[in-house]
Design a binder for this molecule. Structure first.
Ligand code: C2E
Ligand code: MG
Ligand code: MG
Length: 733
């Protein structure tokens, strides 16, 4: 050993076998050697040959330090000194020794000294692999720390509970806390209450999933403010035991991005005017609520709220006031609901409240009624002058649908609420209605009717019945009213009472009335062949007479049919007359100028007022059949109706009595002065062929006009004789 200055006596090798049989075999892969206190190798086991040198023989006689890596010579020499001085019986050393190929190998030495013989019995184990791995680890740890300390992201190390063990310097900026103030505290202390649940779920996933996971949450800074942070986390586990060592987090501030994103999302989800959820979000929430029913049985209630006559507010006070009302409505709805309910603007003046977990029907009614009541309170809105305020009274109608079924489609539920709303409107508004099975049945029926209407229009599967209108004084048939029937596909026919509202609601009424107009005129040609003075009356829906072109529509049909205006009578409803957008005086006058007679139907049923008689220049008035039933001669009603008839006459109107079923009724209407009439007493509505036959019968018997008799005529085929009677020739002249 260089420099230790001790003389070296080379001992004779130990007896062969003592080492090879014992050590060498037991310690198989280990290298064994005997070295003198002087450092000279006296003997080396055969394994040296394979692992380290070309041959064991070449080692013997060389100084131990000759093999050692220059950087390790110092510690190796020191170790030898300690061993020789006998400071301890057994020593260890790790150093690099050169192998035959010139490469160094890491060896772990241990030895025992024999002071008597001045020998060291040494075993070396090749630990090169482990040593390199260790070095790599140290290396990467150093690198990692370097990165952590210099990264602008905050690097944290925490345990499975989320307690910080390490926070890198950037934590100061990112978290807004001094790193040392965070260590030892758990992350949940810093998280916004609304984000805790999400973070907990995220950490749970992180601990079960070996991958990398990104979580965002609002983090409370030392100054109390919150910022959105995003953290990429990964778990570190011991590769042998699988034990969790740490959770490493890489956190950055994403507040600006997140805030912008949130604003965008809010924008996409809210109604810009009222700030409530919009239709899209509502639909999503409804889906969510229905899905929850799958797990937790309960109820989902949808309340569809519509402001009554809102259009009038917009039209008369302007859109700015309209908007103020909508905003205030939204606020009142939100205030009237529980925080867990959703309020959404569904359309122009329609709102929806989605409520979960209402347990009884009373709860549902109670909530709906609360909404109706809070919106009944006057609204304070801007007045006509800047700075003015005015108070506005409005009401709402609410349609409610409730379900307990998770599989009920959202669209169905909305449709049911819509039907209930429709009914609330129908029953006078300012109220709520709950959807029920009866409404459902009605809805189905309406659908069936709609289908029948479309089919009928496509295949012209409809026909007109004609009910004769006779002169009261002599029973002379003056003409007939055309009444529409639609074949229902089952051999029967639908009467207008069943299909009119559907036709009006769907707009099909336009085509229907047009068909009736043209068909009636076409049939009229054959009726007038019997009696050229006959008229045909048709009913026009209020929907078709409010259009500005209604007079032209009718006169064009007359021209097309080649008939004079006198061949036609048009019956308007009271609804048409009351509608401000109803037929114009000029339009009606144009029709009258063309010879068409225009009259009001069903007088006395709706909000009949004598005003309606003045509004338009009319030719006739049809008194509803309920009057015919009430006007027994001498009765009080008779006196009232008589006054109406007199007034109508004063306006030069012909008065037609409807629904005359009995001779008594006939006597009644005659006494109060009605000019003409229709009803079962004279004839049921007949199809065109039967009506024509009836006309022929009447005209072939001019001599049968004997005084004041009701005469049975041959009933046309298919008409019950008892209901088919035509009173003819009551006149004495
Ligand atoms: P309306 O114009 O008042 O027609 C008279 C209705 O009374 C007819 O019912 C007729 O069948 C019925 N009637 C006639 N005599 C008697 C009677 O002695 N006793 C009773 N109880 N009823 C009698 P219908 O055909 O069901 O028509 C109902 C309503 O439908 C009509 O009332 C009319 O307003 C409307 N309408 C009929 N056809 C059309 C049409 O083509 N277009 C439009 N827009 N409406 C029509
Ligand atoms: Mg009519
Ligand atoms: Mg009528």
């Amino acid at each position: 050993m260089p420099g230790d200055g001790r003389s070296v006596t080379v001992p004779s090798p130990p007896p062969p076998g003592a080492i090879s049989d014992d050590w060498s075999h037991r310690l198989s892969r280990d290298l064994t050697a005997i070295c003198g206190f002087d450092g000279i190798i006296r003997w080396a086991s055969g394994s040296w040959e394979d692992d380290l040198t070309s041959s064991a023989g070449t080692l013997v006689g060389r100084h131990f330090l000759e093999l050692v890596h220059p950087e390790d010579v110092e510690i190796s020499a020191a170790a030898l000194r300690v061993a020789v001085n006998g400071d301890d019986q057994t020593k260890h050393l790790e150093n690099r020794c050169r192998a035959a190929d010139g490469e160094y190998r890491w060896l772990h030495w241990s030895w025992a000294a024999d002071p008597e013989e001045q020998l060291l019995y040494a075993i070396a184990r090749d630990i090169t692999e482990r040593k390199l791995a260790d070095m790599r680890l140290v290396d990467s740890e150093a690198r990692y720390r370097l990165m952590a300390e210099n990264s602008s992201d905050a690097i944290t190390e925490s345990n499975r509970e989320g307690v910080f063990n390490y926070v890198s310097p950037a934590g100061q900026t990112v978290f807004g806390w001094r790193p040392q103030d965070m260590v030892g505290r758990d992350i949940y202390e810093f998280i916004h209450p609304d984000d805790v649940e999400g973070l907990r779920a995220g950490l749970h996933d992180l601990l079960t999933d070996p991958g990398v996971l990104t979580i965002s949450a609002r983090f409370r800074r030392a100054d109390g403010s919150y910022r959105w942070l995003e953290s990429t986390g990964q778990q570190i586990r011991d590769s042998d035991t699988g034990k969790l060592l740490a959770v490493i987090g890489n956190t950055r501030d994403v507040n600006a991005r997140r805030t912008a994103q949130d604003a965008l999302t809010r924008q996409a989800q809210t109604d810009p005017l009222t700030g409530t959820a919009n239709r899209t979000v509502l639909t999503d929430r409804m889906r969510g609520a229905l899905l929850r029913l799958e797990r937790t049985p309960g109820t989902v209630a949808v309340l569809l709220i519509d402001l009554d006559h809102f259009k009038r507010v917009n039209d008369s006070l302007g859109h700015r006031v309209g908007d103020e009302v909508l905003v205030a409505t939204a606020q009142r709805l939100v205030a009237a609901c529980r925080p867990s309910d959703s309020v959404a603007r569904y359309g122009g003046d329609e709102f929806v409240v989605l409520a979960e977990g209402l347990t009884s029907a009373e709860d549902v009614h109670e909530l709906a009624e609360r909404l109706v009541v809070v919106l009944r309170e006057p609204f304070q809105v801007s007045g006509p002058m800047p700075g003015d305020e005015q108070s506005l009274l409005l009401t709402v109608s609410v349609g409610v649908a409730v379900t307990t079924r998770a599989d009920q489609p959202v669209e169905d539920l909305m449709h049911e609420a819509d039907l209930a709303l429709y009914r609330a409107k129908d029953r006078g508004r300012d109220r709520h209605e709950l959807f029920d099975g009866e409404l459902q049945a009605r809805a189905l029926r309406r659908l069936g009717i709609q289908r029948a209407l479309r089919l009928a229009l496509a295949g012209q599967d409809m026909y007109l019945l004609y009910q004769p209108i006779v002169r009261i004084s002599d029973g002379q048939v003056l003409g007939a009213e055309g009444l529409l029937r639609i074949r229902d596909g089952a051999g029967g026919a639908l009467a207008p009472g069943e299909f009119l509202t559907v036709a009006e609601d769907t707009g099909l009424i336009r085509e229907l009335d047009d068909w009736v107009l043209r068909q009636a005129l076409a049939d009229q040609t054959s009726f007038r062949a019997v009696d050229p003075a006959l008229f045909v009356g048709i009913n026009l829906s209020y929907r078709n007479v409010s259009a500005g072109q209604f007079a032209e529509w009718v006169t064009t049909a007359l021209t097309d049919a080649g008939l004079p205006g006198t061949a036609l009578r048009v019956e308007l409803t009271e609804r048409a007359l009351l509608d401000p957008a109803g037929p114009s005086v000029a339009g009606v006058q144009r029709l009258r100028n063309a010879g068409v007679r225009v009259g009001l139907d069903d007088f006395g049923t709706g909000h009949s007022s004598l005003y309606s008689l003045q509004r338009l220049p009319l030719d006739f008035l049809k008194i509803d059949r309920s009057f015919a039933q009430d006007v027994a001669p001498g009765s009080r009603q008779a006196a009232i109706v008589r006054a109406i008839v007199d007034l109508a006459h004063a306006y030069d109107l012909e008065v037609v009595a409807e629904g005359i079923e009995s001779p008594e009724q006939l006597a009644g209407v005659e006494q109060i002065g009605c000019d003409s009439g229709q009803g079962w007493l004279f004839s049921q509505p007949l199809d065109a062929a039967d009506y024509r036959r009836l006309l022929l019968t009447q005209h072939s018997r001019p001599t049968a006009r004997a005084a004041g008799d009701t005469e049975q005529v041959e009933p046309p085929v298919g008409i019950e004789p008892t209901t088919y009677s035509l009173r003819v020739n009551r006149s004495t002249n």
